[in-house]
Ligand binder design. Structure first.
Ligand code: HEM
Length: 181
């Protein structure tokens, strides 16, 4: 079987399909309209935890910069295509979190918060009486899961890379050890 790119495989397994994509594109104006409310709630939540607040304030102006990043990220969950370019952008976001020393569990927890607040602010307001309300939330979740998956792949790759550098092992040797081959 020909090798399937990561994002194609994850879309198939996670069932992010054309219908979801259409729903997400329709929702893009609502996401844009409510983005600042979601983004403010997101960082207010992170600020409640001392270790996360320390990362957020490690550089002057970082929170403002991050609010811009998160706004663009949210809006771009509704994408015209979830292709290799989309993958590369999400992979880079993951890599940036690795670089700033953020443990992956915080990204997972933050994504969970993001799902909840997005449901509350967009789905429960704009689409409260929409017959496709549930399908819209499922589509958003599928896109968020795809992103989380790609971001976590950055962590995994980075950790393997560090291990190879420290031990001097080759990648094939490492993979053989991991699979017990
Ligand atoms: C749903 C989870 C999250 C998403 C979608 C997200 C999104 C982003 C994006 C889009 C960037 C910019 C990446 C780039 O430069 O290309 C970024 C960077 C960053 N994020 Fe997150 N983030 C998440 C969770 C968190 C959490 C929990 C923290 C905890 C403090 C955090 C702290 C940071 C920091 C410090 C940077 C680097 C900012 C800089 O370059 O100065 N992120 N994030």
């Amino acid at each position: 079987m020909a090798e399937i790119h990561f994002i194609e495989e994850m879309k198939r397994i996670g069932r992010l399909d054309k219908a979801d994509q259409q729903l997400l594109l329709e929702m893009q104006p609502a996401i844009e309209q409510h983005a600042s409310e979601i983004v403010n709630a997101f960082y207010a939540q992170l600020e409640r935890f001392e270790n996360l607040a320390a990362i957020l304030h490690a550089e002057p102006g970082r929170v403002e910069k991050l609010k811009g990043h998160l706004t663009r990220w949210l809006v771009s969950l509704a994408s015209k295509s979830y292709d290799e370019t989309y993958y590369d952008l999400r992979y880079r976001i993951g890599k940036r979190h690795v670089e700033v020393g953020l443990e992956p569990r915080y990204v997972i927890a933050a994504m969970a918060f993001c799902r909840g607040i997005t449901a509350q602010i967009i789905i429960e307001t704009e689409y409260a009486n929409d017959p496709r309300r549930e399908a819209r939330m499922i589509a958003l979740n599928r896109a968020m899961d795809l992103d989380l998956n790609i971001m976590l792949q950055s962590y995994d790759d980075q950790r393997v890379q560090q291990f190879l550098e420290v031990t001097g092992f080759s990648k094939p040797l490492f993979e053989m050890l991991m699979t017990g081959g």
